[in-house]
Design a protein around this ligand. Sequence first.
Ligand code: TYM
Length: 347
Amino acid sequence: MTDQAVQTPATSNPAGHPERVFSGVQPTGNLHLGNYLGAIRNWVPLQDQRPSIFCVVDLHAITAGFEPDLADKTREIAAAYIACGIDPKKSIVFPQSRVSAHAELAWILNCVARIGWLDRMTQFKDKAGKHKERVSVGLYAYPVLMAADILAYRATHVPVGEDQKQHLELARDIAQKFNNDLNVPGFFPQPEPLILGPTPRVMSLRDGKAKMSKSDASDLSRINLKDSDEEIAAKIRKARTDPEPIGGTMEEMDARPEASNLLGIYAALAGKPKADILEQFEGAQFSTFKNELADLAVSVLGPIRQRMAALLTDKAEIDRVLEDGAARARAIAMPILAETRKAAGFL
Ligand code: TYM
């Protein structure tokens, strides 16, 4: 994946604003293989194609509650970006809370988005569960802040995992409604979701029907970027599969979600299409395949873990990188915010 040129679709951008990539990860819980294969890994080649902005979305993190280690978690995500291949000199890497335009634009966009639109967000329904009245207003407004993140830079391309598709559609609707209601055609471009690679949705290692997630109670369900080589190998060996050997067709494997998930993970880590991996392992037993997958996963994730740990030994340097990123981000977002205020009619 990282070596290949990424084909990206054209966006609806009639005003011809400069193209930009924007994405982010929340500094909550442990970064896992889903975040890496569904998002961060795919960002690396994009930064060579267009100016790119990679944010640590700490304002989003507090929607689920305040944690005393927020600053350290923020540094950890920044270190992970860099360890995975994001170059903070080329791309902008910064914490969301250090650029006030995100929160200010989010307020304006809260007055554009409709409650009916937010009521349809499946991620809110999943996270709020049965006790909707007890979760924060921030959790409900989460997707509007996400739209603000993107539109504050007039970002045109947004690489994310598949679970973010609905939020991206909402961001497009908000952009469109702002442009229409305030009669400023093309003011915000339509951000294009980029859902890339063979694993846009990495599934739990324990349940092929559930997404791999930071919040799963079982640590065996996910591979964390901080896991040791031994932990990675053990989790792969314990991953749920079925007793059949690897089948010959994609259709057959699609009906076996746990097995199909492991093949997808192999493909993504190897940077090859899933069909090639299926051909390579057709007829093999899962015991054999899992050994190969464990070796591959350790060879890719081990060096990332080591680079992350090395970067985190110098917190002051990470803070410098993040402050430099925030200054560069402000230089883009503040003029767009000023134009937005004017379009909205403020004094
Ligand atoms: P977060 O932190 O929940 O996830 C970060 C990225 O990881 C992807 N991802 C996955 N991809 C594949 N398989 C999985 N199991 C998996 N789990 C997570 C997510 O799709 C995401 O790309 N709301 C965003 C953060 C955000 C954002 C933004 C993204 C805030 N503002 C603006 C883009 C643009 C999120 O999901 O964070």
